[in-house]
Design a protein around this ligand. Structure first.
Ligand SMILES: [Zn+2]
Length: 160
């Protein structure tokens, strides 16, 4: 059985901002409330589970959101939730920045025109240029793309 924080509301005061709490703890949102024409003297309360004929002078349990918020704050779950969301956002921003710097570092000359890949311990610049034969000019990533060293690329572009 689920227990919800409740407050008492007279049948005639129930309205569509409230959620009825049944005796077994079930919730039923109120859509409308008005005097019943079929059952004179009773309030016809339309709920998400169908119409209810309620005594306008009797008090009924409705879900108390104010109390629920207090409970959430008291046990920290609501606060934790907000902090978690903020952390999530911060991590996402950090990831974004990392992604940008990772992209920038992939090129030996960020913003420049060299297509050569930056060397790293996983991608060491230890291969000779296939055109001029100079050692340690290319990384395995460069070689996989059939690149040549900057000097040779320049020479090729200038028509040498
Ligand atoms: Zn070369």
């Amino acid at each position: 059985m689920t227990t919800h924080p409740t407050r008492k509301v007279r049948g005639s005061d129930l309205d569509n901002t409230m959620v009825l709490v049944g005796e077994s703890g079930g919730l039923s949102a109120i859509y409308d409330n008005g005097p019943s024409s079929a059952m004179p003297g009773l309030a016809l309360v339309e709920t998400e589970h169908g119409p209810l004929y309620l005594d306008p002078d009797q008090e009924y349990d409705v879900y108390d959101e104010a109390q629920a918020e207090d409970i959430n704050n008291a046990d920290g779950s609501a606060v934790d939730c907000c902090i978690y969301e903020d952390d999530d956002l911060a991590e996402f921003d950090g990831y974004d920045d990392d992604e940008m710097s990772t992209r920038a570092m992939m090129f030996a000359d960020p913003g420049g025109r060299s297509a050569l890949r930056a060397a790293s311990h996983r991608n060491p610049r230890n291969l000779p240029c296939p055109t001029c034969g100079e050692p340690n000019r290319l990384t395995p990533a460069d070689q996989a793309r059939s690149y040549q060293c900057d000097a040779c690329a320049d020479a090729a572009e200038r028509g040498f």
